[in-house]
Design a protein. Sequence first.
Length: 202
Amino acid sequence: MEPFNRLEGRAAPLPLANIDTDQIIPAQFLKTVERTGLGKGLFNAMRYDDQGRERPEFVLNQPGYRNANILIAGDNFGCGSSREHAPWALLDYGVKCVIAPSFADIFFNNSTGNGLLLITLPEDQIEHLMEQARGGNHTFAIDLEAQTVTGPDGKAHSFEIEAGRKRKLLLGLDAIGETLLHGGDIDSYEEKRRMTQPWIAA
């Protein structure tokens, strides 16, 4: 997992509430356990028609947003099933951060555990950022250390994040990586157990 500290880039406005994980990555793309290659299926039904042609009205198909690495979305983003492929698909496409008024709990945990930063802001601030994102050529800046989102107008919006999640994102640690930080203690414990309870290792 790559460390996340500061991100600058284009933000795509997606003003829809209750975008579920099946909309993010439909079931037909869940046949793999690989984290790569899923970007092509991201928002499949929104991006493509029944013949596989791009829908020009969908934001990520528009020239100014094809390389967006930030999404600004509506309430309850990531609801539905618990598929971990949803954050994998967003990351594989190139999205590093999603900003919304709220997120589904399981999606939230899956995302932060895979290095996708989710930022919760009040609806009025979301609307303000969404409007700026619609304004054509622009740059948004996200500073995780400072916990701010700065829009093209230069105004910084502060966001909250739990300290443990912030630390793991800054260091690029998933659950396994965090555990391995305590490798020395684990080795010491195992050695002590072999000495005091040798029948377990037998």
